[in-house]
Each structure stands twice: as C-alpha cells, then as structure tokens.
Design a protein around this ligand. Structure first.
Ligand code: PXG
Length: 464
C-alpha cells in the first residue's frame, strides 16, 4: 500500500515520470520539463494530488467515471472475483458466470433488439471489431462489395489503426498512415463553427443529407455502415440539431446501410437516458460501448448487435477476439456498476435533477463576454470562447491557444475542464451534488474572468 499512503515527494515522482513514462496525446519532452500533476487518490467527484490539493473533476476522468470515485462495492466485487476466477477466456467453447450475467443484463438495458454482445477491452477495440464484423456480415449475406464505412470529420472512435481511421481527427491521420482503405468522412453537424447563415435546424438537415450524397458517390452496393456518436464528445461536445438524427435514420433505413451508434461516451446515463440513442430516438444496428460501462474502474468495452446481425455472424466462424474479451473481473465490476446506476436511480438523477440544475447554470455562461455559445445535454457540455461573440468569430491566434490558456487557469482553480481547440468541455460524474455543481460553475466563471483579463492584457481579443 506504500504507493497509496506513502508515495515519493512530488518532485521525485515527476522526475521518474519524465524519465520513463510516455504519456498519450502529449508532447512528452515539454511535459517532462514542466512536470506532470500527480493524482494520488479520489473520492466522489474530487481528485487529490500528491501535494494534497483537492481538484473537482469536471471530466469524470476521461468521460468515464459516471458513478464517481471511491465506490467500495466495486473494489469488493473485483477482489472477490479475483479470488474466485481471476481470468478465463471465452474462445474455446467455454464461458463463465460474470460474462454471461453481464451480456444478459446489457440485453435488458439496450433499446430494440440489441441483444448480443461481443466484448473487448476498450472502445477502440470494440470499434475495430465493428469494422471487421460489418464487412464480414455483408460478405456472409452475399454482398462482399459492401465494405466502405462512412464516418464524420472530427469524430473520435479510438486510437488503434482501425478505430482512428474511423475517427475523423486530422492530427491522428497525419501520423502513421491512416485512414485505412474503405473509410470515408462526411462533414460534422457543428453549427457553431460551420453553420454559417443557416439556422441550426437547416444545418442539421444539410449535414445529414451529406450522408445520402456520399452513399450516392460511393454506390450503395459498396457501403457497409455509417458510424457516429449521438453527441460528438472529444470533437467538442457537438450536439446536433433535432433535425439531424431522424434524417440520418431515414437514410440508413432506406439505403440498406448499417447504423453504428458509438455510445462510448454517451452511454450509461451521460445524456440523461441510459443511451444517447434513447435521447435522440436512434435505432442503431450496432452500439459501441466502453467507459461508463464500468465507470472506468476497469477496462472493458463491447459491440452490441441486433438479433439479425448475431444470427448472420453466428452462421460462420468469426476469426476475431481479444485475450481480454469478457474478462471476468471487468465483467463483474461492470455488473456492479450497472446495479449501482440502476438501484440508486443515477440515470434518473442525471435526467431530472442534477442535469437540469447544472444546465441552467452552464447555459447562463453564454452571457459572459468571452463566450460565443454554451451548450449542454444531460451531463456533457461545452462553451465556445470567442473574441467577438456576436459573430461567432474565431481567435486570430492559432486554434487551441486560448483554450489552453483557459485550461491552465482552470487547473489553477482546481477544476478539471478540458479544452478542444478554443472550446471548454465538461463531463462531470453523474452523482455531482447541487453544491458541487455550484462550485464547478463558480470555478468556471473565475476561469473565464482570468482568461478574459489575460487575453485583453496581451492584446489577444482579436478575431481571425
Ligand atoms: N469512441 C468514442 C466516442 C470515444 O470517446 C473511444 C471510442 C475509444 O475508447 P478507448 O476505450 O479505446 O479509449 C472513445 C474514447 C479526449 C479523449 O481527448 C477521448 C477518448 C479517448 C481519449 C481521449 O477527449 N474517448
């Protein structure tokens, strides 16, 4: 227990981290010089760092700790399961109680006839499964040319070669030879930055119809699936207008295209319902899940498919699987997490109580001089920073410069907010109390005031 109770002094931890640890999505040399912030404990919605500072985690870790930190029940279940059966695979005609119970529980929770789960260790792996599964599905149905998967620019679907190819992050594609063949990307429904003079509703339809145009361009016989997050999370909490999803659904239904809803962030209460698909009335053929499935306590993800897809895939050997598919300890922890979400009515609390409470305060940030737009659904929200809010103008500085400055102030105020470009993002644990919501918003306001002052002082309130 020495790592928890009696760790090294911060400077020594930072030096060792800089010497030996390569951080994801990080310029490591620069971070090594600056020194990383070392998190040593967490409870509820608060993190504690190695200097004893308490930080309000406005991001639920990485969009995942839906039930909050420090739930002993999950630790107890993990310990018991480790003692009983720490590992066994499900490849060679074997199974085990935790994976059976979790698959059955998910089938109950899922909308429609999404009744069959292929487990993975993460969202990236689950989306890789989806690529192979939809192509194999169409091949088994005698349509092997239906291979292309259409996704969206600025989507995030993971970091493996396949899932990052599905994603539409240019910075990722620029490193390592992506996208892989037969993946294309249409525009995202990001009204604030791309909607121009259209109303949000017009723009929603306009973007959805890009899917139809892309199917026509590729030829329906060549398209396997469309994948999208109900709300783009890492893209900057992009909430589509209400015209968007019904039109996407119509197109997928009419054109025989499988619809994959990537619910890795939106699932398990985040949007105020069990799934983003419930919130937007989407009927996906496949759902990608991870993160909130275990509230991040252990790594687990999965692809949930309809009866029909399971039947087609089941007619042949699907040559695919991960060592940790259906890991018993991860499954047991996920089950316990789902029990807590349900029995403590945490999804209801997010929809009816803390969600509306926080939304009201968050949306009021739009009145701040630095904020061009505030948006929020359920318990995920964003504010767009702008030097000229009336015109939704971008800053003259490189994209992300101002966002980074705001994030540094936020860290200084002991609030974790993420920046995506010059938008600030929150995605707090669903168990946030009213008092904690007040503290979150107070610290966000303080951050905006400090950032605004800094930008004015340095002549940076300038439009591009
Ligand atoms: N789909 C979505 C919608 C995600 O948000 C993944 C898939 C991949 O899941 P794994 O478990 O393989 O990470 C994600 C992950 C960020 C950030 O900067 C977001 C994610 C991961 C890393 C960074 O916001 N989301």
């Amino acid at each position: 227990m020495t790592l928890i109770d009696n760790h090294l002094p911060t400077a020594e931890l930072q030096a060792l981290d800089a010497a030996h640890h390569i951080h994801p999505f990080t310029a490591n040399t620069a971070l090594g010089k600056k020194g990383t912030r070392v998190i040593t404990q967490a409870s509820g919605v608060y993190l504690t760092d190695s200097d004893g500072e308490r930080i309000l985690d406005g991001m639920s870790g990485l969009w995942c700790v839906n039930i909050g930190y420090g739930r002993k029940e999950l630790a107890d279940v993990a310990s018991a399961q480790m003692n009983q059966l720490p590992y066994y695979n499900t490849f060679f005609q074997t199974s085990h109680p935790p994976v059976i119970a979790l698959a059955a529980r998910l089938a109950e929770l899922m909308p429609g006839d999404l009744n069959h789960v292929f487990f993975a260790g993460s969202g990236s792996e689950a989306n890789d499964t989806n690529i192979r599964m939809v192509r194999h599905y169409w091949a088994l149905k005698g349509k092997p040319t239906k291979k292309t998967i259409i996704s969206r620019k600025n989507a995030y679907h993971g970091s493996s070669m396949g899932s990052a190819s599905l994603g539409g992050m240019q910075g990722m594609h620029a490193q390592g030879g992506m996208p892989i063949p037969d993946v294309t990307h249409i525009d995202q429904p990001h009204w604030y930055s791309e909607g121009g003079d259209m109303s949000p509703e017009e723009f929603g339809l306009h973007c959805a119809r890009k899917l139809e145009a892309e199917i026509d361009r590729l030829g329906e016989d060549n398209v396997a699936a469309f994948i999208a997050e109900p709300i783009q999370g890492a893209g900057a909490v992009i909430i589509p207008a209400e015209t968007y999803w019904p039109e996407i659904q119509r197109i997928c239904d009419e054109r025989e295209i499988l619809l994959i809803a990537d619910e890795v962030i939106c699932g398990f209460g985040r949007t105020g319902n069990w799934f983003g698909s419930d919130t937007f009335n989407i009927s996906p053929d496949i759902m990608t899940i991870a993160k909130g499935l275990s509230s991040g306590y252990l790594p687990i993800g999965g692809s949930v498919v309809t009866d029909e897809i399971a039947e087609v895939i089941g007619s042949d050997e699907f040559n695919h699987g991960y060592t940790y598919s259906g890991h018993p300890v991860a499954c047991a922890v996920a089950l316990e997490n789902l029990r807590i979400l349900e029995e403590e009515k945490i999804v209801d609390y997010a929809r009816d109580d803390i969600g509306p409470y926080l939304q009201k305060k968050w949306m009021a940030l739009a009145d701040h001089a630095l904020v061009g737009e505030a948006r929020m659904t359920g318990m995920m929200g964003a504010i767009e920073l702008s030097p000229d809010k009336v015109n939704r103008a971008a800053f003259a500085s490189d994209k992300g410069t101002v966002g980074f400055i705001a994030r540094e102030h936020s860290f200084g105020n002991n609030l974790i907010m993420r920046h995506v470009g010059d938008a600030m993002i929150i995605c707090p644990p669903l168990v946030l109390s009213h008092d904690e919501a007040d503290i979150l918003v107070d610290r966000a306001v303080k951050t905006l005031d400090q950032t605004h002052k800094y930008l004015k002082k340095n002549g940076m309130m300038v439009s591009a």
